[in-house]
Design a protein around this ligand. Sequence first.
Ligand code: B12
Length: 209
Amino acid sequence: MDFEKLKVAISEMDEEVAMEMIDEVVETKGDAASAMAACQEGMAVVGDMFERGEYFVGDLIFAGELMGDAMEALHPLMSSDSAEALGKIILCTVAGDIHDIGKNIVKSIMAAGGFEVIDLGVDVAPEDIVKAAKENVVKIIGLSGILTLAIDSMKATVEAFKAEGMRDEVHIILGGNPVTDEACKECGADAWSTNPQEGVAICRDWALS
Ligand code: B12
């Protein structure tokens, strides 16, 4: 499979070519991880074109829907029956941010890795995340955010756990494009990653420790 062609199809929002290639990966039980990576690279191009004023919000919406369809089609290839049970994890996109394509990919990969994922959705207020952690007795929290301002919400979420006296009871991992080592330290989180597989490995270590 020519994954560069898939990347270009996503970046040009050529739905027909992109979905034909995705369907081929699904039918042949092909390399879903590379297909996902190609789609993500295509979305990065869409973002760059938006920034340059060549694409508009309508294009972002269409590209987002196309990416969502592609991820949904690839989902069965990411699941595994043999995964060990690793317990619960909360996942959400933080307050002020409604981007959820990356979060949903992470959700699929976490579930395939053996986690029971409690997905709180998008634009989730810090106190709602704390409440859900308390109610469901969850020790691992995954926060996703794509907007630069998401970093502030991530920090506010960590602070909310502190205010509730729960900071030492939970592990908090951050993910999404604007997250860096510096941002992670600034937020007071335990770990960060923009790579879902690496994120799962970190959470797995926490779950088994
Ligand atoms: C699609 C899209 C949209 C769609 C979102 C649809 C959806 N359902 O998510 C729509 C149209 C709704 C949208 C809206 C807006 N968007 Co927008 N959008 C994008 C775009 C093109 C792609 C994002 C994406 O899905 N990427 C693909 C996914 C797979 O990648 P990812 O999110 O990084 O996730 C991966 C990793 O980061 C990691 N990961 C993610 N979360 C987590 C969590 C954990 C725990 C771990 C371990 C890992 C992890 O794993 C994922 C899989 O590999 C980006 C451009 C870009 N380069 O990202 C702009 C972009 C993010 N948007 C942008 C903007 C400005 C907006 C709007 C403000 C536009 C507007 N004027 O209205 C609104 C914001 C609304 C809001 N309040 O959130 C800017 C943000 C600028 C900034 N620095 O803050 C970007 C960067 C475009 C740009 N270059 O200007 N957008």
